[in-house]
Design a protein around this ligand. Structure first.
Ligand code: ADP
Ligand code: MG
Length: 629
């Protein structure tokens, strides 16, 4: 809306920003001083971006190419200015950047906001409030900005309550000046000493000079050298953590810091972090990483897909190359052979560091695995070169008693526990680990003490067949036909029961079940894998796993349905009883009716839909009537 008289345009904040501002204003955030970090971080990004553009268009930075951030408190006016001479913003950019949140998944993320301050703060902790943190300390924020290469300057104003206005402004220097009208309770940020402490704490790693202008004096507050170029021994953990937050836009603590310099055929420095929490957009289909690429200290891009494989997209940080040409377009960069070498170096080193962490601190590694394991597993089918390394890093829940809730196992440990006669690594897939663990197909494995891996990540359906096996042992689904359980001995106490001859008439029963269910199943067989359950469904050898089929259908990748094998447990009382009934007068009719109930039951246990729910209800009713009546 344009107000003719003042040429002032009024805009509403995007709904998500409104929510964010609400949380920001109403949380009693104990560390309000982070607003300064956010503003300095943005200023530094803005200078980085102009420095890059000026490589090819030097006129953009002409006249003022000493990039810097200036902080100036004004006690009389009760305000604080944070200014940079970076790229600046024009009108459209002011509206878009300071009125919306561009990151994908934002609305879904903020929908989780509850109004409970403590919870919402931890949400924000993952998210990063960015520019909007200004409203933690200011009752009104003015932004003066002029885009490099453009003549017109702009003024953006808001009190953070739903609306902001944008209007043309005169005498605006290139870059962005943010004028915070401090709230009464935020006077501390007028005090130069306090400002110094905050900068030292949060922004010491910034590679530009941060100047404090107060009382007619100007003072440089930081070293203004790229943190990653300093020797490791001179960088504190806190500085690393702050740098991590600068690049990740989060507020969490990194789990692991990996900082090294590669020298030799190619020279580069990398500073990578393993995030402390799972970012909310980790499973976005773009699978984008956010690693920042620098060339000799000049920021080039954070959108260079080829520098890190998708399965390591959770890593945050920077790479600074000494060899890549500086004035190369981002498009050409993608095809530079040096990039492939750097990528391979980053992959090897990161995986090696993860292996080290696994060895040193199993618990920390386990929690890393819970957050990022499903992503790392993508590498198992994508990156054959690193397959061995990744298989060593992979962790699994299993049916081993402590496996479900706490313990994770490696494949090597699983193999070490394999039973005599066991030739395969057994696994079962399901919606969740718990659901997989409840599958009736596992009964025979449990009876023999055979451990089964419980897989519940969608990606498992893809890497398992691609990898095929481990240590010369094939992976085999516990839901497949021919699970070879007979080859593995039962413990003595269970042997006797198993050796009991199967109820007379079982074969006849199976034949009748087959005849009755005809096209609804692929086959009916006596089972070795069932103990407590009467029936279960299994995929025939060579057919698609049931869980995978369900998954593909959910994603509409598959029509139709494979037929399953119905396995019956000859030692189960229901089956024995049916076999007996069959030999009696009129038995065939009763058994025909029961056949469908057995199949429906098997479907339900499996989480598969019952083919005819009405018919199922009728059969169940008549069975109940007979039982109770
Ligand atoms: P983020 O930094 O995570 O993108 P912010 O809320 O901090 O989120 O900033 C939003 C956007 O506003 C930035 O991405 C940038 O495009 C723009 N911006 C903020 N501050 C500046 C600045 N000082 N100079 C230029 N652009 C800026
Ligand atoms: Mg920011």
């Amino acid at each position: 809306m344009r107000d003719e008289a003042s040429t002032e345009e009024k805009h509403g904040f995007q709904a998500e920003v409104g929510r964010l501002l609400d949380i920001v204003a109403h949380s009693l955030y104990s560390e309000r001083s982070i607003f300064l970090r956010e503003l300095i971080s943005n200023a530094s990004d803005a200078c980085d971006r102009l420095r890059y553009l000026a490589l090819t268009s030097p006129e953009l930075a002409a006249g003022d190419s000493q990039f810097r951030v200036t902080i100036a408190p004004d006690a009389a006016a009760h305000s604080l200015t944070v200014a940079d001479n970076g790229i600046g913003m024009n009108r459209e950019e002011l509206v878009a950047n300071l009125g919306t949140i561009a990151r994908s998944g934002t609305s879904a993320f903020l929908a989780q906001a509850t109004g409970d301050a403590a919870k919402d703060l931890s949400l924000i902790g993952q998210f990063g409030v960015g520019f909007y943190a200004s409203f933690m300390v200011a009752e009104k924020v003015e932004v003066f900005s002029r885009r490099a290469g453009e003549a017109e300057g702009w003024r953006w104003v808001s009190d953070g309550k739903g609306e902001f206005t944008v209007s043309p402004a005169t005498e605006v220097e290139r870059g962005t000046r943010i004028l915070l009208h401090l709230r009464k309770d935020a006077e501390e940020f007028l005090d130069p000493l306090r400002l110094k402490t905050v900068v030292a704490r949060y922004s010491d790693h910034i590679a530009l000079p941060i100047l404090l202008k107060a009382g007619g004096k100007e003072e440089k507050l930081n070293e203004a050298a790229a943190l990653w170029m300093r020797p490791k021994s001179e960088i504190t953990e806190r500085q690393y953590a702050e740098f991590y937050r600068h690049v990740s836009h989060g507020l969490d603590q990194p789990r692991l810091t990996i900082h090294w310099k590669a020298e030799g055929k190619i020279d580069y420095t990398a500073l990578l972090f393993l995030p402390g929490s799972r970012p909310f957009d980790l499973f976005n289909p773009e699978r984008k990483h956010r690693l920042k690429l620098y060339v000799r200290r000049v920021f080039i891009t954070d959108d260079c897909a080829d520098i890190l494989p998708g399965y390591l997209r959770f890593l945050q940080g920077i790479v600074d190359s000494e060899d890549l040409p500086l004035n190369i377009s981002r498009e050409l960069l993608q095809h530079n052979p040096l990039l492939a070498k750097i990528r391979s170096g980053l992959v090897k080193r990161s995986l090696a560091e993860l292996a080290k962490l696994a060895e040193k601190d199993g618990e920390a590694y386990g929690s890393f695995w819970d957050d990022f394991g499903p992503v790392l597993k993508e590498g198992l089918y994508e990156d054959t070169e690193q397959r061995e390394a990744l298989l060593k890093l992979a962790r699994f829940r299993s049916t081993r008693a402590e496996g479900l809730t706490t313990g994770l196992t490696t494949l090597a440990d699983y193999v070490g526990r394999m039973k005599p006669g066991q030739e395969a690594i057994y696994y079962i897939t399901g919606e969740t680990v718990e659901a997989a663990a409840r599958s009736p197909q596992l009964e025979g494995f449990a009876a023999r003490g055979v451990e089964v891996l419980l897989l519940a990540d969608p990606v498992d359906e893809f890497w398992v067949p691609a990898v095929g096996g481990y240590d010369a042992k094939p992976f085999k689904s516990a839901t497949r036909g021919g699970a070879d359980l007979e080859k593995i001995a039962l413990p003595e106490d269970k042997k006797k029961a198993a050796e009991e001859p199967q109820a007379a008439g079982t074969d006849a029963l199976i034949a009748l079940l087959k005849l009755t269910l005809k096209d609804a199943v692929k086959d009916v067989r006596a089972s070795h894998r069932l103990e407590a359950s009467a029936v279960c469904l299994v995929a025939d050898e060579g057919d698609m796993d049931m869980h995978l089929e369900r998954l593909l259908k959910q994603h509409r990748q598959l029509d139709g349905k494979s037929k399953r094998v119905l396995e019956v447990n000859p030692r189960h009382p229901v089956i024995a009883c049916l076999a007996k009934r069959l030999s009696q007068n009129g038995g065939a009719d009763a058994v025909t009716e029961a056949a469908w109930l057995l199949l429906d039951q098997a479907c339900i246990v499996q989480g598969e839909p019952v083919s005819d729910t009405n018919a199922f209800a009728r059969r169940l009713d008549s069975a109940l009537l007979r039982a109770v009546g």
